[in-house]
Ligand binder design. Sequence first.
Ligand SMILES: [Zn+2]
Length: 243
Amino acid sequence: MENKLRNLYTLQNIDSNLDELEEMKGDLPAEIGGLEDRANELRSHKTALEESMRNAFAMRDGADSEILSLKEKVERYKSQQYTVRNNREYDALTKEMDSATETIARLEKEMDQLEGKATTARNDIAIVTGQLEELNKVLEEKRAALAEVSRANEAEEEKYRHDRQKLVVRIPKADLATYERIRKAKRGKAIVSVKRGACGGCYNRVPPQMILELRQNNRLFMCEHCGRILVSDEIVESASSGA
Ligand SMILES: [Zn+2]
């Protein structure tokens, strides 16, 4: 059991060291995450704008060719009017021509609107592209800064990770789960020593009876107030001496 407690305490030390190294990275990881989210948003906004621009241009081109064929039709009707046999046929052609001319006018209006829509989209795309370029520049700088910090601590971090891996396999899964759960809840320290009769985590008094039992190092004791695992000085010393 002493071994188990010592392993857990050693794990805590390694994790605290890793936390410290992580802290040196400062806000950079969070900042980079936020910027990446924003960049993704801008990219999908840009894709939507490009699609809307393409559609507007395609519809404009469709209207354009429809106008062309309608104009041809009007010309045809015009020449046919010279060959009609009676007024009824003449009027029928006039009606067709009027209808085609009306449609042409409507389509021309639509073309203008589509042209305007496509142009607006193209301008917006230019703005978003500029924003993205700006954002990517900042992202690159932040990533470079983070890489520099990481590089400086790489060897140390690697060593702790290696030590951690070796240690974790020697700790029972249930204890490890308890440890991880408390560590998460307490944001860092899951295991603390008893100092002058008080919990090293929350500084509340630990009952003398528990201190006595705890010194036997034969089971896990939790602080009644904060729920952290309490260990004796003996464990602390043997762990820090690397035994
Ligand atoms: Zn406590």
